[in-house]
Design a protein. Structure first.
Length: 215
DNA sequence: TTGTGTTTTACGACCTC
DNA sequence: GAGGTCGTAAAACACAA
């Protein structure tokens, strides 16, 4: 890296916007036209923004992948519980019908209703207790604080979530402009929590915050 | 050497404060 | 009106064949 670029980089590192005074000073110092310094800063900001979008995308994708695996395991658990309930119901109904008295039919209906409620409660309990720290259902997760460093804020709030949605969204690219993000409203706020969780993890690991980042 | 892909520089159009 | 972003053209550079 030559001296000129090095100085410009240093200057950009301290402040990515260029006040007129600083522009003139830098231009004088480097023997450039103020216009050249201004253009350099414009292009540098554009490059930084592209890098930042790439980082945001990588992080969003890894959050999505981990949530998807959480979702899959919860679904498997759910299927397993359903089949267990089915088996138990058969057993119960066999017993009730076998030793039936006068009101055998109504008892069966009652049992059916009770077990249905119990299963529902159990399933909800399973969800609300979280799975391996999943951010999907953790109501205690901190809310997203838009630091202004990430370009997520226009994407994550509108992206449909796998939990509560039957079809998980694709992750091969950022949301297209054609996709207006509209859905049944049951999945809003999904990725905002995801992102906060991921960012917290980032900080816990002692890494640099998502904002300014120098390669 | 050359064709090709990537990066950097510069500019015009448009937007925001 | 000054200074920002965005899109793009052209020059400069890197690198494989």
């Amino acid at each position: 890296m030559n001296r000129t670029v090095h100085l410009l980089e240093k200057s950009f590192e301290t402040e990515n916007k260029l006040e007129p005074d600083r522009k003139t000073q830098l231009a004088k110092k480097l023997g450039l036209q103020p216009r050249q310094v201004a253009v350099w800063f414009q292009n540098r900001r554009a490059r930084w923004k592209i890098k930042q979008l790439e980082r945001d995308y990588d992080q969003l994708k890894s959050s999505y992948d981990s949530l998807l695996s959480d979702f899959d395991s919860i679904r498997k658990d759910n299927d397993k519980l359903k089949s267990e309930v089915g088996a138990l119901m058969e057993k119960l109904q066999g017993k009730v019908v076998g030793g039936a008295g006068v009101s055998e039919k109504s008892e069966v209906v009652e049992l059916d209703a009770i077990t249905t409620v119990q299963v529902k409660v159990k399933a909800e309990d399973r969800l609300s207790s979280g799975s391996g720290g999943s951010a999907v259902v953790d109501e205690h997760s901190p809310q997203l604080v838009d630091s202004g460093d990430s370009y997520f804020h226009t994407v994550h709030e509108e992206y449909p979530a796998p939990g509560g949605c039957n079809i998980p969204p694709p992750v091969d690219g950022l949301q297209s402009e054609e996709d207006d993000g509209s859905d049944d409203g049951s999945c809003h706020g999904y990725f905002s929590n995801v992102f906060v969780a991921a960012e917290e993890q980032h900080h816990e690991e002692g890494e640099e915050p998502l904002g300014w980042f120098w390669s």
